[in-house]
Design a protein around this ligand. Structure first.
Ligand SMILES: Cc1cc2nc3c(=O)[nH]c(=O)nc-3n(C[C@H](O)[C@H](O)[C@H](O)COP(=O)(O)OP(=O)(O)OC[C@H]3O[C@@H](n4cnc5c(N)ncnc54)[C@H](O)[C@@H]3O)c2cc1C
Length: 460
């Protein structure tokens, strides 16, 4: 695909002051520096996206407080054919929340209510931050099933719109797994915008669609039991011992866990706040397990030849460094803080308790691709996903590394593209495309992100 696609010209000749007036009393922001700031996410983890998206900004930020406000904004956009890009907290990594054609940034952070909590489920507004939801549900014994490592800042709407899984995925799988999102309310961009409710499998039409086919205004999400979680670090002399320990802990059905994050040296050297517990040259496992299972964990660590160097009990959680904020894509953040030449990959290795392909890649690429594994549950099996650090040289070399992984049977969700299908999905999701045709017939929602739509229009 050419970039930018020829049809994606920036919206011009719009009197944005007049649009803001029209939307009154809904909060709007016209100040260019603030609009520019609210047009960006964490796209720059990718040197390729950094180049492609640096100059992309919206024209007007709109901050609704209610679903009725969202309907009003949708009506104004449809009437004037203005592009609209939804924004949660703007922590996405693939430029999902960056408007390619300017227009309105719909910032949903003020729609942040937790509407109700019942045993095992909750109903929330999209702007609710993940940690804020837990603060309300935990006293009742429940918590969200999974969260990205941006747990403290990210919104639930943005997680569903642009995320995939994270801390908790070793127990519950990923957001796309049936049951992990129960229902959503969605505002459409039809001639007369309306609210639709999607329940059960129908939610997949808007799950991980980058806000290209509907504005989510409410979600029903499942909750899991809130265990007394403790954090631990164990270290190993070599990476493969740490990786095998990770697999063994994943497979240990009697130990309740929500994080198994494995890091080859020198990654632990980037975790400044934990450095006392991360000896030079050792590979590390960062863990969150139920405190009730501590004895079993210690026995497993000993069996696998590891050493526990850090423990924080459940009473102390919430104080000091949160171990989750060194895992998932926070690992890349810390590495880049030390050296901006690091970028990353997102990989899912095939199920293989012997970890042969992990070992091959670890040995094959040496210092160029450094191993960082996150164990997840996939259709009942525990297997390693990876967010390997990559020492970036050129786009050609990065593509060569990706191709090598794919040829050997590893799945790559490419984090160096803003196109939905070219990331993790690989093919056009016909259900999502069909839904877009129905609810966004003018293609106003986050234009340029859905390849299927661009190709359908012959706009490629
Ligand atoms: C350091 C770091 C670590 C990360 N770790 C993880 C991780 O562990 N797992 C993971 O999955 N992701 C991870 N991410 C990516 C991101 O933080 C998460 O996916 C997060 O949940 C996004 O939430 P947000 O509120 O910031 O969404 P935004 O970035 O604001 O939006 C994400 C996408 O969703 C769309 N969207 C937002 N709200 C709505 C809505 N109401 N209706 C429809 N579409 C909507 C946006 O248009 C955009 O396309 C990480 C990012 C960083 C920078």
């Amino acid at each position: 695909m050419n970039f930018p696609p020829p049809s994606l010209t920036r919206t011009t000749d719009v009197d944005w002051g007049a649009i803001a007036q029209l939307l009154n009393p809904i909060e709007t922001i016209l100040a260019p520096d603030q609009v520019a700031k609210l047009s960006k996410d964490y796209y720059y983890f990718s040197p390729i996206l950094a180049e492609q998206l640096a100059d992309k900004v919206g024209d007007l930020v709109v901050r609704p407080k209610t679903e009725a406000d969202v309907l009003k904004v949708a009506q104004v956009c449809v009437s004037a054919k203005l592009p609209l890009t939804v924004r949660g907290a703007g922590t996405g990594n693939y430029g999902q929340a960056i408007p390619l054609a300017g227009g309105i940034i719909l910032d949903l952070s003020a729609m942040d209510a937790v509407k109700w909590v019942k045993p095992g489920r909750a109903c929330v507004e999209p702007g609710a931050k993940l940690a804020a939801i837990d603060r309300i549900t935990r006293p009742q014994g429940w918590e969200i099933r999974m969260a990205p490592s941006t747990y403290r800042t990210a919104t639930i709407g943005g997680f569903v719109g642009g995320g995939s899984g994270g801390v908790g995925s070793v127990m519950y799988g990923q957001l796309a797994d049936r049951g992990n999102i129960q229902a959503v309310r969605v505002v459409t961009m039809e001639d007369s915008p309306r609210v639709m409710e999607l329940r059960g499998d129908a939610v997949q039409q808007v799950n991980h669609a980058y806000g290209t086919n509907g504005i989510i205004t409410e979600l029903e999400i499942p909750l899991g039991p809130a265990y007394p979680w403790m954090e631990a670090i164990t270290v190993f002399d070599d990476f493969m011992s740490a990786a095998r320990f990770g697999q063994a802990l994943g497979d240990a059905d009697g130990i309740i866990k929500k994080l198994i994050s494995i890091h080859a040296w020198p990654i632990p050297s980037y975790f400044g706040a934990l450095k006392e517990s991360l000896p030079e040259g050792k590979s590390a496992a960062l863990l969150i397990v139920s405190e009730a299972d501590l004895t079993a964990l210690n026995e497993l660590v000993a069996d696998c030849g590891g050493k526990v160097t850090y423990q924080k009990d459940s009473q102390a959680s919430g104080k000091g460094a949160a171990i989750g904020e060194f895992t998932w894509n926070h690992t890349t953040l810390h590495a880049r803080n030390a050296d901006e030449r690091w970028t990353y990959l997102q990989t899912v290795f095939p199920y293989d308790p012997e970890l042969k392909l992990v070992q091959h890649m670890y040995e094959h690429f040496g210092d160029e691709v450094v191993m960082h594994l996150e164990y997840i549950r996939v259709q009942g099996n525990i297997l390693p996903a990876a967010l390997q650090l990559v020492r970036y040289s050129t786009a050609e070399r990065l593509n060569e590394i990706i191709r090598y992984h794919e040829e050997k049977g590893a799945f790559i969700a490419n984090p160096h593209t803003f196109l939905l299908e070219d990331g993790g999905r690989k093919t056009v999701d016909e259900a999502q495309l069909k839904f877009k045709q129905k609810v966004d017939p003018y293609g106003l929602l986050n234009p340029g992100k859905m390849r299927g739509w661009l190709e359908r229009d012959g706009k490629d």
